[in-house]
Design a protein. Structure first.
Length: 339
Protein backbone atom coordinates (compact mmCIF):
# COMPACT_ATOMS: atom_id res chain seq x y z
CA UNK A 1 0.00 0.00 0.00
CA UNK A 2 1.53 3.33 -1.07
CA UNK A 3 -1.08 6.09 -1.16
CA UNK A 4 0.43 9.58 -1.18
CA UNK A 5 -0.95 11.52 1.78
CA UNK A 6 0.00 15.18 2.20
CA UNK A 7 -0.57 17.43 5.22
CA UNK A 8 0.21 21.06 6.00
CA UNK A 9 0.88 22.33 9.50
CA UNK A 10 3.39 23.20 12.18
CA UNK A 11 5.67 20.80 13.98
CA UNK A 12 6.59 21.98 17.47
CA UNK A 13 8.95 21.15 20.29
CA UNK A 14 7.01 19.59 23.17
CA UNK A 15 8.39 19.98 26.70
CA UNK A 16 6.91 17.86 29.49
CA UNK A 17 7.86 17.85 33.20
CA UNK A 18 8.56 14.26 34.31
CA UNK A 19 6.67 12.32 36.98
CA UNK A 20 3.44 14.35 36.80
CA UNK A 21 5.26 17.47 38.02
CA UNK A 22 3.57 20.84 37.47
CA UNK A 23 5.21 23.32 35.08
CA UNK A 24 5.83 25.82 37.87
CA UNK A 25 7.67 23.21 39.97
CA UNK A 26 9.60 21.52 37.16
CA UNK A 27 13.39 21.33 37.34
CA UNK A 28 13.70 19.50 34.01
CA UNK A 29 11.62 18.73 30.92
CA UNK A 30 11.37 15.77 28.55
CA UNK A 31 11.69 16.93 24.93
CA UNK A 32 9.65 15.54 22.07
CA UNK A 33 8.16 16.80 18.80
CA UNK A 34 4.56 16.97 17.65
CA UNK A 35 1.73 18.89 16.04
CA UNK A 36 -1.70 17.87 14.77
CA UNK A 37 -0.93 17.25 11.09
CA UNK A 38 2.57 15.91 11.79
CA UNK A 39 1.07 13.40 14.23
CA UNK A 40 -1.42 12.22 11.63
CA UNK A 41 1.34 11.68 9.06
CA UNK A 42 3.58 9.80 11.50
CA UNK A 43 0.71 7.46 12.32
CA UNK A 44 -0.19 6.95 8.66
CA UNK A 45 3.44 6.24 7.82
CA UNK A 46 3.45 3.42 10.38
CA UNK A 47 0.21 2.15 8.81
CA UNK A 48 1.97 1.76 5.46
CA UNK A 49 1.19 4.98 3.62
CA UNK A 50 3.51 7.32 1.73
CA UNK A 51 3.38 10.60 3.66
CA UNK A 52 4.59 14.13 2.88
CA UNK A 53 4.66 17.13 5.22
CA UNK A 54 4.42 20.76 4.13
CA UNK A 55 5.81 23.13 6.74
CA UNK A 56 8.56 25.61 7.60
CA UNK A 57 11.06 25.23 10.41
CA UNK A 58 13.99 27.40 11.53
CA UNK A 59 17.39 26.96 9.97
CA UNK A 60 19.05 25.84 13.20
CA UNK A 61 19.51 22.75 15.38
CA UNK A 62 15.88 22.74 16.52
CA UNK A 63 14.60 22.83 12.97
CA UNK A 64 16.97 20.04 11.95
CA UNK A 65 15.92 17.97 14.96
CA UNK A 66 12.24 18.37 14.02
CA UNK A 67 13.01 17.21 10.47
CA UNK A 68 14.99 14.24 11.77
CA UNK A 69 12.05 13.29 14.01
CA UNK A 70 9.81 13.06 10.95
CA UNK A 71 12.41 11.19 8.90
CA UNK A 72 12.80 8.60 11.66
CA UNK A 73 9.12 7.83 11.12
CA UNK A 74 9.48 7.71 7.31
CA UNK A 75 7.63 10.98 6.71
CA UNK A 76 8.94 12.66 3.54
CA UNK A 77 10.27 16.17 4.32
CA UNK A 78 11.04 17.34 0.78
CA UNK A 79 8.28 19.98 1.02
CA UNK A 80 9.55 21.41 4.31
CA UNK A 81 11.11 24.87 4.08
CA UNK A 82 13.96 26.22 6.21
CA UNK A 83 14.19 29.77 7.50
CA UNK A 84 13.59 32.13 10.44
CA UNK A 85 14.87 31.42 13.95
CA UNK A 86 11.97 30.24 16.11
CA UNK A 87 10.40 26.80 16.39
CA UNK A 88 6.96 26.73 17.96
CA UNK A 89 6.91 25.15 21.42
CA UNK A 90 4.34 23.92 23.84
CA UNK A 91 4.47 22.67 27.41
CA UNK A 92 2.36 19.76 28.66
CA UNK A 93 1.56 19.42 32.33
CA UNK A 94 0.40 15.80 32.70
CA UNK A 95 -2.69 15.38 34.86
CA UNK A 96 -3.22 12.71 37.47
CA UNK A 97 -6.35 11.59 39.32
CA UNK A 98 -8.63 14.57 39.75
CA UNK A 99 -6.05 17.06 38.40
CA UNK A 100 -6.46 17.53 34.63
CA UNK A 101 -3.66 17.98 32.13
CA UNK A 102 -2.74 21.48 30.98
CA UNK A 103 -1.19 22.81 27.77
CA UNK A 104 0.77 26.07 27.50
CA UNK A 105 1.64 27.37 24.00
CA UNK A 106 4.71 29.40 23.03
CA UNK A 107 4.39 29.63 19.26
CA UNK A 108 3.99 33.30 18.32
CA UNK A 109 6.30 34.44 15.46
CA UNK A 110 7.42 30.85 14.79
CA UNK A 111 9.02 29.88 11.49
CA UNK A 112 5.78 28.72 9.87
CA UNK A 113 4.28 32.21 10.20
CA UNK A 114 6.99 33.37 7.78
CA UNK A 115 5.92 30.98 5.05
CA UNK A 116 5.08 32.55 1.69
CA UNK A 117 2.34 31.57 -0.71
CA UNK A 118 4.87 31.47 -3.58
CA UNK A 119 7.36 29.26 -1.73
CA UNK A 120 5.81 25.99 -2.91
CA UNK A 121 5.12 24.21 -6.20
CA UNK A 122 1.51 23.14 -5.64
CA UNK A 123 1.22 21.27 -8.92
CA UNK A 124 4.27 19.18 -8.10
CA UNK A 125 2.97 18.41 -4.61
CA UNK A 126 -0.61 17.50 -5.46
CA UNK A 127 -0.64 16.15 -9.02
CA UNK A 128 -0.11 12.57 -7.75
CA UNK A 129 -1.56 12.91 -4.24
CA UNK A 130 -4.44 10.80 -2.95
CA UNK A 131 -5.29 12.65 0.26
CA UNK A 132 -4.70 16.00 1.98
CA UNK A 133 -5.20 16.66 5.70
CA UNK A 134 -5.31 19.95 7.58
CA UNK A 135 -6.66 21.24 10.90
CA UNK A 136 -8.11 24.41 12.33
CA UNK A 137 -5.02 24.86 14.48
CA UNK A 138 -3.00 25.59 11.35
CA UNK A 139 -5.57 28.11 10.14
CA UNK A 140 -5.20 29.99 13.44
CA UNK A 141 -1.48 30.65 13.13
CA UNK A 142 -1.20 33.56 10.68
CA UNK A 143 -2.70 35.09 7.55
CA UNK A 144 0.30 33.91 5.51
CA UNK A 145 -0.31 30.36 6.73
CA UNK A 146 -3.96 30.58 5.73
CA UNK A 147 -3.02 31.80 2.24
CA UNK A 148 -0.86 28.70 1.75
CA UNK A 149 -3.67 26.49 3.10
CA UNK A 150 -6.11 27.94 0.56
CA UNK A 151 -3.65 27.36 -2.29
CA UNK A 152 -3.27 23.74 -1.17
CA UNK A 153 -7.04 23.31 -1.15
CA UNK A 154 -7.37 24.83 -4.62
CA UNK A 155 -4.74 22.39 -5.89
CA UNK A 156 -6.67 19.52 -4.28
CA UNK A 157 -9.78 20.59 -6.15
CA UNK A 158 -7.81 20.82 -9.39
CA UNK A 159 -6.34 17.31 -9.08
CA UNK A 160 -9.26 15.54 -7.40
CA UNK A 161 -7.46 14.98 -4.09
CA UNK A 162 -9.62 13.94 -1.13
CA UNK A 163 -9.54 16.52 1.70
CA UNK A 164 -9.99 15.82 5.41
CA UNK A 165 -10.35 18.65 7.91
CA UNK A 166 -10.26 18.51 11.70
CA UNK A 167 -11.78 21.61 13.29
CA UNK A 168 -9.45 21.48 16.31
CA UNK A 169 -10.66 24.91 17.43
CA UNK A 170 -8.34 26.30 20.11
CA UNK A 171 -9.57 29.33 22.05
CA UNK A 172 -5.99 29.99 23.21
CA UNK A 173 -5.04 30.75 19.59
CA UNK A 174 -8.01 32.83 18.34
CA UNK A 175 -11.58 33.80 19.05
CA UNK A 176 -14.71 32.22 17.58
CA UNK A 177 -15.42 35.36 15.56
CA UNK A 178 -11.88 35.37 14.15
CA UNK A 179 -12.10 31.70 13.21
CA UNK A 180 -15.58 31.57 11.68
CA UNK A 181 -14.94 33.08 8.22
CA UNK A 182 -11.93 30.83 7.66
CA UNK A 183 -13.71 27.66 8.72
CA UNK A 184 -16.59 28.58 6.41
CA UNK A 185 -14.17 29.07 3.53
CA UNK A 186 -12.30 25.80 4.07
CA UNK A 187 -15.43 23.66 4.50
CA UNK A 188 -16.31 24.12 0.82
CA UNK A 189 -13.30 21.95 -0.14
CA UNK A 190 -13.76 19.20 2.47
CA UNK A 191 -14.75 15.58 1.79
CA UNK A 192 -14.22 14.11 5.27
CA UNK A 193 -14.85 16.21 8.37
CA UNK A 194 -13.79 15.62 11.96
CA UNK A 195 -16.21 17.69 14.00
CA UNK A 196 -18.58 17.80 16.96
CA UNK A 197 -21.91 19.56 17.43
CA UNK A 198 -20.28 22.81 18.62
CA UNK A 199 -18.06 22.98 15.54
CA UNK A 200 -20.92 22.67 13.05
CA UNK A 201 -23.54 24.62 14.99
CA UNK A 202 -21.40 27.48 16.29
CA UNK A 203 -18.41 27.76 13.97
CA UNK A 204 -20.39 27.22 10.75
CA UNK A 205 -23.68 28.78 11.95
CA UNK A 206 -25.71 25.70 11.04
CA UNK A 207 -28.93 26.08 13.04
CA UNK A 208 -30.32 23.14 14.97
CA UNK A 209 -33.98 22.18 15.15
CA UNK A 210 -35.17 23.63 18.53
CA UNK A 211 -37.54 20.71 19.03
CA UNK A 212 -34.72 18.20 19.39
CA UNK A 213 -33.69 17.13 22.88
CA UNK A 214 -30.69 14.82 22.88
CA UNK A 215 -27.18 15.69 21.77
CA UNK A 216 -27.26 12.72 19.42
CA UNK A 217 -30.33 14.10 17.65
CA UNK A 218 -28.89 17.62 17.47
CA UNK A 219 -25.56 16.37 16.13
CA UNK A 220 -27.27 14.37 13.41
CA UNK A 221 -29.51 17.30 12.49
CA UNK A 222 -26.71 19.84 11.93
CA UNK A 223 -24.47 17.29 10.18
CA UNK A 224 -27.20 16.43 7.67
CA UNK A 225 -27.85 20.12 6.99
CA UNK A 226 -24.15 20.78 6.49
CA UNK A 227 -23.70 17.87 4.10
CA UNK A 228 -26.72 19.00 2.07
CA UNK A 229 -24.95 22.36 1.51
CA UNK A 230 -21.39 21.13 0.86
CA UNK A 231 -19.39 18.29 -0.70
CA UNK A 232 -18.75 16.73 2.74
CA UNK A 233 -19.47 12.99 2.55
CA UNK A 234 -18.69 11.96 6.13
CA UNK A 235 -18.64 13.57 9.56
CA UNK A 236 -16.59 11.65 12.13
CA UNK A 237 -16.24 12.37 15.83
CA UNK A 238 -15.70 10.97 19.30
CA UNK A 239 -17.42 11.21 22.67
CA UNK A 240 -15.25 11.08 25.78
CA UNK A 241 -16.22 10.39 29.38
CA UNK A 242 -13.57 11.52 31.86
CA UNK A 243 -13.69 9.37 34.97
CA UNK A 244 -10.32 10.70 36.15
CA UNK A 245 -7.34 12.25 34.33
CA UNK A 246 -5.94 8.75 33.81
CA UNK A 247 -9.20 6.81 33.36
CA UNK A 248 -11.45 7.65 30.38
CA UNK A 249 -14.05 6.06 28.13
CA UNK A 250 -14.20 6.80 24.41
CA UNK A 251 -16.79 6.08 21.72
CA UNK A 252 -16.92 7.15 18.09
CA UNK A 253 -19.54 7.98 15.48
CA UNK A 254 -19.78 8.54 11.73
CA UNK A 255 -22.62 10.36 9.98
CA UNK A 256 -22.92 9.57 6.28
CA UNK A 257 -24.25 12.01 3.68
CA UNK A 258 -27.51 10.04 3.45
CA UNK A 259 -28.09 10.56 7.18
CA UNK A 260 -27.12 7.07 8.30
CA UNK A 261 -25.20 7.15 11.58
CA UNK A 262 -22.72 4.46 12.70
CA UNK A 263 -21.34 4.09 16.23
CA UNK A 264 -18.55 2.23 17.99
CA UNK A 265 -17.70 1.82 21.66
CA UNK A 266 -17.49 2.92 24.33
CA UNK A 267 -14.12 1.52 25.34
CA UNK A 268 -12.80 2.28 28.82
CA UNK A 269 -9.03 2.53 29.21
CA UNK A 270 -6.17 3.83 31.33
CA UNK A 271 -4.11 6.78 30.09
CA UNK A 272 -0.34 7.05 29.93
CA UNK A 273 -0.26 10.09 27.59
CA UNK A 274 -3.47 11.73 26.31
CA UNK A 275 -1.82 14.11 23.80
CA UNK A 276 -2.48 13.09 20.20
CA UNK A 277 -5.48 10.86 20.85
CA UNK A 278 -7.62 12.85 18.42
CA UNK A 279 -4.90 12.80 15.77
CA UNK A 280 -4.65 9.02 16.11
CA UNK A 281 -8.41 8.79 15.57
CA UNK A 282 -8.09 10.92 12.43
CA UNK A 283 -5.22 8.83 11.08
CA UNK A 284 -7.10 5.60 11.76
CA UNK A 285 -10.19 6.85 9.96
CA UNK A 286 -8.14 8.10 6.99
CA UNK A 287 -6.37 4.74 6.82
CA UNK A 288 -9.69 2.92 6.75
CA UNK A 289 -11.15 5.18 4.07
CA UNK A 290 -8.04 4.84 1.92
CA UNK A 291 -8.62 1.09 2.02
CA UNK A 292 -12.32 1.46 1.11
CA UNK A 293 -13.76 4.98 0.87
CA UNK A 294 -17.35 3.83 0.38
CA UNK A 295 -17.58 1.71 3.53
CA UNK A 296 -16.86 3.84 6.61
CA UNK A 297 -17.73 1.26 9.31
CA UNK A 298 -14.25 -0.28 9.28
CA UNK A 299 -12.68 3.18 9.30
CA UNK A 300 -14.76 4.12 12.35
CA UNK A 301 -13.82 0.96 14.24
CA UNK A 302 -10.16 1.27 13.29
CA UNK A 303 -10.02 4.97 14.21
CA UNK A 304 -11.45 4.34 17.69
CA UNK A 305 -9.01 1.51 18.34
CA UNK A 306 -6.07 3.62 17.12
CA UNK A 307 -7.09 6.47 19.44
CA UNK A 308 -7.52 4.25 22.48
CA UNK A 309 -4.13 2.63 21.91
CA UNK A 310 -2.41 5.99 21.39
CA UNK A 311 -3.32 6.86 24.99
CA UNK A 312 -1.01 4.02 26.08
CA UNK A 313 2.01 5.47 24.24
CA UNK A 314 4.26 8.34 25.31
CA UNK A 315 4.64 11.11 22.75
CA UNK A 316 2.30 12.86 20.35
CA UNK A 317 1.75 10.23 17.66
CA UNK A 318 0.76 6.60 17.36
CA UNK A 319 3.57 4.42 16.03
CA UNK A 320 1.56 1.19 15.86
CA UNK A 321 1.16 -0.95 12.77
CA UNK A 322 -2.10 -2.04 11.19
CA UNK A 323 -1.59 -5.56 12.53
CA UNK A 324 -1.16 -4.31 16.09
CA UNK A 325 -4.36 -2.26 15.93
CA UNK A 326 -6.30 -5.11 14.31
CA UNK A 327 -5.08 -7.43 17.06
CA UNK A 328 -6.46 -5.03 19.66
CA UNK A 329 -9.80 -4.88 17.83
CA UNK A 330 -9.93 -8.67 17.68
CA UNK A 331 -9.10 -9.05 21.36
CA UNK A 332 -11.94 -6.69 22.24
CA UNK A 333 -14.62 -8.93 20.73
CA UNK A 334 -14.41 -7.90 17.07
CA UNK A 335 -12.70 -10.94 15.59
CA UNK A 336 -14.62 -10.61 12.33
CA UNK A 337 -12.81 -7.42 11.29
CA UNK A 338 -11.51 -7.79 7.75
CA UNK A 339 -8.22 -6.38 6.48
Amino acid sequence: MKDKVVAFGEIMLRLTPPDYTTISEAKSFIANYGGAEANVLVSLSHLGHETYFISRVPDNQLGLSAIMHLKRHAVNTNYMLRGSSNLGMYFVETGFGGRPSKVLYNRAHSAITRIGVDDLDYDEIFKDAEWFHISGITLALHERVREVAYKCLEACEKYGVKVSFDFNYRSKLWTIEEAKPHFKKVIQYVDVLFANFFDINTMLDIEVDPNLDTMEEKRLDVAKKLMAQTKVNYVFGTDRIVHTATDNSLSSYCIRKDGICFKEGPIRFSIYDRIGGGDAFSSGVIHGLLKDYNHPKFALKFGLAASVLKHTLYGDASVLSEDEILEFISSNGNAAVQR
